[in-house]
Design a protein. Structure first.
Length: 138
């Protein structure tokens, strides 16, 4: 199993909007960074992703699941970038802030800290477990 983190500005697409679309899920599109797009291409159906509210909040607020792997992003007129489809899994009991992530020495290697502008990034299993524990999920 691979784990990921997807960033979205909550005033553009929030965890509550993701939850509202239900089982059918929603496209994760509009990614225009080559490294982030490369990460989208690596995702497999069933992979779990943290849902991170960027800019406003700066916190991990939920978990989504990849339901469709990379395909040409319909919002990209030049057909260079890809999108995926994800469905809502759960909202975290307690959001995990970037500030608290930075305070945890076991998470210092995360791309969220080292490459703060990257919108799609892998999360190793150990970090996935630590962040879930921080959010009070058992």
């Amino acid at each position: 199993m691979q784990y990921w983190l997807l960033k979205s500005e909550p005033n553009v697409w929030s965890i509550d909007q993701q939850k509202k679309v239900g089982e059918k899920g929603a496209y994760w599109d509009g990614v225009r960074n080559y490294q982030a797009a490369k990460n989208l291409k690596k995702m497999k159906k069933g992979n779990l992703c943290f849902f991170y509210h960027s800019n406003i909040g700066k916190e991990i607020v939920g978990i989504v699941e990849v339901t469709k792997t990379a395909f040409i992003d319909p919002t990209d007129k030049k057909k260079r970038f890809v999108a995926i489809k994800v469905k809502f899994k759960k909202k975290l009991k307690k959001a995990v802030t970037l500030e608290n992530i930075k305070k945890n020495k076991h998470l210092s290697q995360l791309s969220l800290i080292k490459q703060s502008r990257l919108s799609v990034m892998p999360i190793d299993f150990k970090s996935w477990k630590i962040i879930n524990k921080m959010s009070s999920i058992k």
